[in-house]
Design a protein around this ligand. Structure first.
Ligand code: NI
Length: 179
């Protein structure tokens, strides 16, 4: 396991469309996932997509078994490795919520997302994942899957007046938040 460098906004590698994983259960895939888990833990992220460490594959990880100090109010999302994901929108409701991104360090913005989604994909062994989720869980999945189509959250914002530095917007997070 290695803690990898996280690419920052402005790096053109964050703007690519990621390729699907072709082979499951391989040492290469396990190595990638181990690096992603280690990198996300070191950065205390709520999620991470492979393109953020420069690997142009459809692999995202998110969730944790413990509350995240960067999002102390957020409900727990189960720790998940999601490969070759597809999202389907359920209903027509959107909601605005604050997001940050390890590739956009030090900033937060209010982003509209679908309130309820279904998502399908595979785990590292190639077993199917098929869930319907809502709220923060749905938000995290939409954010991470956006990385696979070259989208960062500021490009989803409707109101750039709700975009600012974490230390100004959420001073109570100081010390828990080093992004
Ligand atoms: Ni992100």
């Amino acid at each position: 396991m290695a803690v990898r460098e996280i690419l920052k906004m402005g790096d053109s590698r964050l703007l690519r469309t990621a390729e699907p994983v072709q082979s499951f259960g391989t040492p290469e895939l396990y190595g990638l996932i181990a690096d992603m888990l280690g990198t996300m833990a070191a950065a205390r992220g709520a999620g991470l997509a492979a393109p953020q460490i420069g690997v142009n594959l459809q692999v995202v990880i998110f969730g944790s078994d413990l509350p995240n100090p960067r999002y102390p109010e957020a409900p727990l999302v189960p720790r998940t490795v999601l490969i070759n994901p597809r999202i389907t929108v359920v209903g027509s409701e959107q909601e605005e919520g604050w997001e940050g991104c390890l590739s956009v360090p030090g900033l937060r913005g209010r982003v509209p997302r679908w309130q309820t989604i279904g998502y399908q994909g595979f785990d590292a062994e190639g077993r199917a994942i098929d869930r319907v989720v809502e709220g923060f869980h749905a938000r995290v999945v939409q954010h991470e899957c956006d990385h696979l189509i070259g989208r960062l959250y500021p490009t989803r914002m409707r109101d750039l007046s709700a975009f600012g530095f974490t230390e100004v917007l959420f001073p109570q997070l100081l010390g828990a938040d080093d992004d």
